[in-house]
Ligand binder design. Structure first.
Ligand SMILES: [Zn+2]
Length: 136
């Protein structure tokens, strides 16, 4: 069972690597607003759990790590869309969604997604789409 902190850490690696740069310790620490030794403990645990691989000084998502990161990001975008429609600005919706998007069961995200009419984008214009059982 991956903890909320670990999911945040996986999200950090996912977001950093999808911007085209390798995810290193310092980048993950900056993204998570923690000190590098704290980030190291989290990253190291994810490597032991098989969710990340360490290649030199870069952290790379394994298939399972990527799947879990994508679930969190989907949860984030769905909740953000809900909050935006409820009246929050896109940025407020983002900040609020970050407080609990790692705690929402996948079935709830899926229901919300259907309830919202299967939105294709979050309020920032990032993609939300179905992909088999999971949607990213
Ligand atoms: Zn956001």
């Amino acid at each position: 069972m991956t903890t909320r902190r670990e999911l945040d850490c996986l999200r950090a690696v996912y977001e950093i690597s999808s911007s085209g740069t390798a995810a290193r310790l310092v980048d993950a620490a900056t993204y998570l607003s923690v000190k590098p030794p704290t980030a190291f403990v989290m990253l190291d645990r994810l490597v032991r759990d098989g969710l990340l691989e360490k290649r030199g000084s870069d952290y790379v998502l394994t298939d399972e790590g990527r799947r879990q990161a994508e679930e969190v990001i989907t949860a984030h975008r769905v909740v953000e869309t809900l909050l935006y429609r409820a009246g929050f600005s896109p940025n407020e919706a983002c900040v609020q969604a970050r407080k609990f998007d790692t705690s929402i069961p996948y079935e709830v995200v899926r229901k919300l997604y259907d309830f919202l009419g299967k939105p294709s984008q979050c309020p920032h214009g990032k993609r939300i789409a179905c992909r088999g059982e999971f949607f990213v």
